[in-house]
Design a protein around this ligand. Structure first.
Ligand code: MTE
Length: 324
């Protein structure tokens, strides 16, 4: 599923950012109207590269170290059919069955807290902020399965730089939508809604931390966190907050949904670490979704999910058993 530069026409390469922006706007209006994508946008990628289910979101392959996992990407039907999105139910098939009610237009993201430029961003402005990149990341769920997904987005750092965080800002909190009218499980007591997550500012600024708007060359399916989510590939999947509506900068470490629900099981850091077991199961190995069936061989989980070379230095001197 990895996109080759030959899949993008030379004209689009030279058109650069304005061309990409036009495609994005075509995509988001196609999304708004529920129509087929414009001809221009559809030509951006060869049809075989995309599942052809949603509006295209063209992107160039990212050149960032670590951004092109060599593992075979997970089938789209598995990546969009086996999800955790508790607002839509707790079964893995619930989000795909129920998330059609999520209304993703209009969409805004509020920026609050310790930044010089707080305010409300329309989705269209976020889409146009920086050129879209395709990044093939491994995603390891705390429950023991993993996937490889070609995401589309750009480094969260691109947005953060523009917000001009103050010297006192040490953490970033991500608040996601909690709308009981469109999200049937927001009334349940499973979690303390809204689902929130957080990162240290330096983790949020790491270039691998992705603000994602799409996957497999198209806009995100609702069940994968449309229209905008986080992807932090070296942390367990639950750090990757879906359907973000607010980003808040703070001096103190924010509370996070899973930490509040089960503090002894889910810490703030949640770095993928085969040496630190979950209290109820080992984290030493994982099963790749769609790979070998339920009795198939598991693969070894890698330290920081295989991103140690890129992110290991963020945790130098930190006791990873204590800060799990
Ligand atoms: N974001 C919200 N808002 N609600 C959720 O329940 N689940 C998390 C994370 N983001 C979740 C969320 C968990 S546990 C995982 S493993 C990933 O989303 C799954 O992302 P995927 O379904 O796109 O693979």
């Amino acid at each position: 599923m990895k996109l080759q530069s030959s899949d993008i026409t030379p004209r689009e390469l030279v058109q650069g950012r304005r061309g990409a922006l036009r495609h994005l706007l075509a995509s988001s209006s196609a999304l708004a109207l529920g129509t087929m994508p414009s001809v221009g946008a559809a030509q951006a990628l060869a049809p075989t590269q995309r599942p052809g289910k949603l509006a295209p979101l063209p992107a160039k392959p990212s050149a960032l170290p670590g951004a092109q996992a060599m593992d075979k990407p997970t089938a789209y039907k598995d990546a969009s059919g086996y999800n955790n999105f508790y607002e839509f139910g707790t079964d893995k098939s619930d989000p795909a069955a129920n998330a059609h009610t999520l209304k993703t237009t209009p969409w805004t993201v509020d920026i609050e807290g310790l930044v010089k430029k707080p305010g409300r961003w329309a989705l269209e402005d976020l889409l146009a902020l920086s050129p879209m990149e395709e990044r093939i990341y491994r995603l390891r769920c705390v429950e023991g399965w993993s996937m490889v997904i070609p995401w589309v987005g750009y480094s969260l750092a691109e947005l953060i730089k523009r917000l001009e965080p103050m010297g006192s800002a040490k953490y970033v909190e991500f608040v996601t939508l909690a709308d009981p009218k469109t999200m049937p499980f927001v009334g349940s007591r499973t979690l303390d809604w809204p689902y929130t997550e957080g990162l240290r500012l330096d983790e949020a600024m790491h270039p691998l931390t992705l603000l994602a708007f799409g996957m497999y060359g198209e806009i995100l399916p609702n069940q994968n966190g449309a229209p905008v989510r986080l992807v932090v590939p070296w942390k367990y999947g639950f750090k990757s907050a879906k359907s973000i509506v607010k980003i808040r900068f703070s001096e103190r470490q924010p509370a996070t949904a899973w930490n509040k629900a089960a503090p002894q099981e889910y810490g703030f850091y949640s770095n993928v670490n085969p040496e630190v077991d979950h209290p109820r199961w080992s984290q030493a190995s994982e099963r790749r979704l769609g790979e070998d069936g339920i009795f198939g061989k598991k693969r070894k989980t890698l330290m920081f999910n295989g991103y140690q070379a890129q992110v290991g230095q963020l945790y130098a001197g930190l006791d990873l058993k204590k800060f799990y």
